[in-house]
Design a protein around this ligand. Sequence first.
Ligand code: BTN
Length: 243
Amino acid sequence: MQIIKLDAIDSTNLYLKDLSREQSLEDFTVVVANVQHQGRGQMGSNWNSEGGKNLTFSVLKKFQQLALDKHFTISICTALAIYDSLMYLKIPDLKVKWPNDIMSGNTKICGILVENRIEAQFIKASILGIGLNVNQTIFSNLKNAGSLKSITGNAFDLEDLLQRIVDNLKHYFQVLSATGSEQLRQDYELALYRLNSHTKFKLNDGNHLNGIIRGVSKQGKLQVENEEGELKEYGLKQLTLVY
Ligand code: BTN
């Protein structure tokens, strides 16, 4: 694999995005950093990670032309690749928390930030940014965060794990182009955190919603059954799950 190893950088997503604009890169080019000074998270948040102990990396995925309404399949492939890699390590009670977190029980161990390059109404490339907490054990001020080590008591080899995740990414994107997204969407649903469980959400208008997560639509919307038994779909910015 084409891999660029950096000691320190602001953000591997930003670095790879800029580099891919300047030169032609291979599909699945990886940029991995020991330390990120301005790691970016979902919805404009920061991603903080102790240097040298975790995986903070970005992978370039190129597409001929992927329709915009298929954007969520990118998150699905990425989440399943990480999920399988962690299953192999026997990390307990793994789940995918919609849209883009990997959980062990109620602890978030990994976040994914997908950033797309769009041209003429098609996705031409994505930067798959992955922050996986591996050997860090202190998470001050971060409620619900943990690592593979804080969960299992064992330390893990960062390079082996990176290689496994990239191999699994190649596998899932190959499945996507060979067989389409439907089976992958169903696999993602089966791994969903709090699937078929009563769950409390905060809506973007400040109200709360009690409902049961029933699945994810083809467009990546979360399907929630409300207390009246109606199934409603919610997009990324419409609700957050309350722990
Ligand atoms: C989240 O908010 O859960 C997503 C976090 C994604 C963090 C990763 S670390 C590597 C890559 N570079 C970044 O700046 N962010 C992503």
